[in-house]
Design a protein. Structure first.
Length: 162
């Protein structure tokens, strides 16, 4: 009887651990897919059919719509300057997840522009436009991310430099 009880307890322990690991994998995948969706949306807007990106240096700061949700650049008004962060947040889906997109454009007609991305120094040649897009995905809504009270928030980041 004791041996059967020990085997049963071991099987229960293994099952519970597998259940926990599946939950962690699910949260991680939701965060990754949210980051991917945010990146795709930013790239869609950065390469419009009209040929002028709404994120380009010298353009007027505007809204961006992704997944049916519109957001304005936090704290930015007027004309976009070189190296200025343009940040957007979108809560979408069921269960609700958060995509946060930061876009940096670098341009100068007088000299090369030096910048750092993920600890690596880069240089944007004179009269060229360089772009860095960082898309962060979360397994919870943007409200839960901003509140900072949920210990089970999973974040994944996807960075594109061109």
């Amino acid at each position: 009887m004791g041996v059967l009880l020990g085997v049963g307890a071991s099987l229960l322990s293994i099952t519970l651990k597998q259940y926990q690991l599946a939950g962690i994998a699910y949260s991680s995948e939701m965060a990754f897919q949210s980051a991917t969706a945010g990146m795709e949306c930013a790239l869609y807007h950065d390469f419009p059919k009209s040929g002028v990106s709404p994120f380009d240096v010298g353009e007027t700061v505007g809204d961006m719509t992704c997944m049916g949700v519109s957001d304005a650049v936090a704290g930015a008004v007027g004309t976009i300057t070189s190296g200025e962060e343009q940040r957007y947040q979108f809560s979408w889906g069921a269960p609700e997840v958060c995509s946060e997109v930061s876009i940096y454009k670098y341009f100068s007609d007088s000299a090369n522009v030096n910048y750092t991305i993920n600890g690596t120094n880069k240089s944007c040649p004179q009269n060229s436009s360089c772009t860095v897009v960082k898309a962060r995905g979360y397994n919870v809504s943007c409200g839960a991310v901003n509140a900072g009270t949920n210990p089970r928030v999973v974040e994944r980041e996807y960075t594109q430099v061109y």
